[in-house]
Design a protein. Sequence first.
Lengths: 235, 335
Amino acid sequence: MSGVRDSRWPMIRDAGFDGLLVSFGDTLGEAANRAALAFRAAVEAARIDGVTETSTSLVSTYVKFDPLSHPHETMRADLEQLLAKRDWFEARLPEGRRLWRIPTVFDGGRLGEAASAAGLSADEAVEQLSTARLRVQTIGFMPGMPYLGELSEAWDIPRQTELTAEVPKGGLCVAIRQLVLFPVATPTGWRQVGQTDFELFAPEREEPFLLRAGDEAIFEAVDVLGPEATYEEIE
Amino acid sequence: MRALKVIRAGPQMSVQDMGREGHLAFGLSRGGAADRLALWEGAALLGQSESCAALEMAGMGGVFEAAEDMRIALSGAPMAAAIDGVPVAWNASHSLAQGEHLSIGAARAGCYGYLHVGGGFDTEKRLGARAAHLVARIGGVVQKGDELPVAEDKGTRTGLTLPEPGRFKGGKVRLVPSVQTELFSAAELRRFGHTVFRRDAKGNRMGVRFVPEGDSFASEAGLSVLSEVIVPGDVQITGDGTPFVLLSECQTTGGYPRIGAVIPADLPRVAQAAPGVELRFEFMALEAAREIERKEAARRAGLGRTAQPLVRDPKDIPNLASYHLISGVTDGNAR
């Protein structure tokens, strides 16, 4: 779907009483994801009156505002004006992104099962997963939890139909060409392929959330957990 | 230390305020009190800011001891309350002297009762708020043995009550359209508006499930909707075709189609619907919702002016029992 243009997008929709959702597609694609991230950065930079909070999903920018001081019509017009400024599908990713290297033990869990679903041997699977440079497409569901993509087409494997009772905190899981990393132990339908000790969210830490949408990550294979994750600024 | 000691604790008590905005992009929902209106009511009773933190009690209260003289107020779901064994009115403010025990029982209606203290609870702020976010593991439940610090209180007045809130028995809840409303056919939306729903046993601070009388609901997109941002008030139609209304500790993205969004003024009514309570949804346009919210904001801001002195009904004055020689025996322990 990446790069495919459709006159329906971008589309602005009411999202409940005090939100607007600016969507750049209805299926996940690199261009739509990039557009959503870039547009959110632009909304933040424009400091539009009445906006109280913004965020992104995989392909949309969410804008929360106060409709009592800035009615929907005004807010919608402000966003339309900003949208018209450029082709957001061509926009560059926001500044200040980081490339993370996150030590990961690839074994156990459902690595073998995931590899065969992807038509790969376990070694090939680890080789691919541990070298792929992936983008944090969005953070959501749970505090600090990243959805990373896009893996090669071989990894377009469905989630399991039954839930795994508990994937440990720091568990790295795969499905539908994405990796997710869990901030807390949780039941999930995603197949676990690796384990990290990466603390995605710590409320008492100076930087409570480490990853931001738009950041990139490489899950580097290690034999034993211990080395700390590192990052460098991109560009 | 100025504190409230927890002598006994119900299973789901936590310190709550209006929650923390600004972390949605990091996957953290606002959190805060399940019934935000109850915070405004407690603040009105004590003549202080609605931003003061209070103790939220889900279904069941506890026993508390004042380490110093303090003022308290009780709001939200009505629960049986007594100070050193003497019943006190809910939806009212009282004084609690040093060493006195406040006991709060089970909810008689609704789900979430609130205990406010003059000055507010002065627990540590995390990410800009005192609210425990149980799902995100920010803070936790309040337990027996805890001592909750209480901030300095500038007020002195007690013995006030507010008009009966009446949001604890379900009823009509108003919705505005949201992102995926158009994925539902006009007929399905009409039927949704005519259906009586019953609050399911399944529910917590993340959200509550409602079970329709009659058939479940389906959208044209089925379950193939791409995950989108979700916020408190959103009404998801989950895999089994029943609505799930998101509350303050909801997740931040969700892949179920949303049929609509409960307007903020009516969300306390949803949060306070106890299992089995009946509720109906009514769609309205955004402009109409804006008028309702404007009036509700003005009403909330003026709540303090509607506070009235508590009139003690003689039959509610337990001390009377000690003078009342019905059987010719008085309780020697009566205070």
